[in-house]
Design a protein around this ligand. Sequence first.
Ligand code: XBP
Ligand code: MG
Length: 286
Amino acid sequence: MLRALIWDVDGTLAETEEQGHRSAFNQAFAEQGQPWHWDEARYGGLLAITGGKERLLHAWQQTDPVAAAAPEAAQQVAHLHARKTAIYLERVKNGAVVLRPGVGRLLRQARQQDVLLAIATTTTPANVRGLLTATLGASSLSWFACIAAGDQVARKKPSPDVYQRVLQTLGLPAEDCLAIEDSAVGAESARAAGLAVLITRSRYTRADAPTRCRRCWPIWTAWASPGSRPAGGCSTCPMVSLGRGWSMSMVCGTGKGSHWPPRRVAADTGRRLQQRRWGESCRLRQ
Ligand code: XBP
Ligand code: MG
């Protein structure tokens, strides 16, 4: 039975990375006299390192390993990251980041139908609160039975810690919940916690290899936006049946596909998966 939807934030609730995180990092670098600028390609590579502080330190180690190993490096990273967070929050407050299509409706539908909502993210907790407040209003914070974020767990994604923390807080078994993610790293984290995962790929995860994702059954992919076609991916709009009459569909906007879903999904999870409607956007039904 579906009891809870557990949402990733960056790339899933909203396309936060480009207008939000990347530009905030670059502004913080410029303000603090750092000779760094992360263009889209560089930032895309760095997203393999989850967590902004960890990402900063990793990039620094790559460019100047001696300075990055100095005793004061951690403090400098923390200082830069604090400024980056402040810039990010300002941008979000000013409307630079919006929810992805269908997300607001799916959240509301879940609430109407007594499906719990939770968040499992590597980003800073203040960023989650800022995004929810700016896009759905301050009262939306109370929609979530659990918000697990950032340093609240020892190890960030792809470790399962953040999802395990959510499951523990909700007091639910993994088989009663569905994780919604945008990346292979996030899917790996959710699957390691025993969760089913629905992936809706985002701007920076368009090229995440389907072969990698298929390991993490059950996973269904949908394109980030109508018309975008990542290399080597599928082109279907799956309807996911979650058992006991629940189902969910995600829009891809690219029309009918052919090779999805893999039959082994059903065998693996005991859940049925059907492809019967096209062009639907994030609907949860009973
Ligand atoms: C994706 C991330 C985050 C943000 C930066 O998180 O890796 O680290 O890019 O956030 P998600 P901070 O799990 O939501 O996809 O700088 O606040 O760490
Ligand atoms: Mg993400």
